[in-house]
Design a protein around this ligand. Structure first.
Ligand code: FES
Length: 85
C-alpha cells in the first residue's frame, strides 16, 4: 500500500490543494488503484511557502499542481507500486 498525503493546511489550500486532491482521485479511479494507493490529508508539512506540498511514500514534493501531479504519478507513484521507472 502506497500512501499519498496532500497538505490541506491553509497556505496549501489557498495554493490549490483541492485541485491536486481532485486530480489524484481521478488518477486513482482511472488506473483502478483503490486497493494499492491510499489518499490522505495532512495539516502541514512545514513547507508552507512552497505549497502545495504532497508526500508520496516517504518523499516530499512541493509546488505541486493539478497538472504536475500527473507527472508525479508517472515518475514516482507507478515506480513505487510497480517497482519500475
Ligand atoms: S500549509 Fe502546506 S506545508 Fe504548511
Amino acid at each position: 500500500m502506497l500512501v499519498i498525503q496532500v497538505c490541506v493546511g491553509s497556505s496549501c489550500f489557498l495554493r490549490g490543494s483541492k485541485n491536486v486532491i481532485a486530480e489524484i482521485e481521478n488518477l486513482i479511479e482511472h488506473y483502478q488503484l483503490d486497493d494499492i494507493v491510499t489518499l490522505k490529508g495532512n495539516f502541514c508539512f512545514e513547507r508552507c511557502s512552497d505549497g502545495v506540498t504532497v508526500k508520496i511514500g516517504e518523499k516530499v514534493f512541493t509546488k505541486v499542481t493539478g497538472e504536475s501531479i500527473v507527472d508525479l504519478f508517472e515518475n514516482e507513484v507507478f515506480p513505487a507500486i510497480y517497482g519500475v521507472k
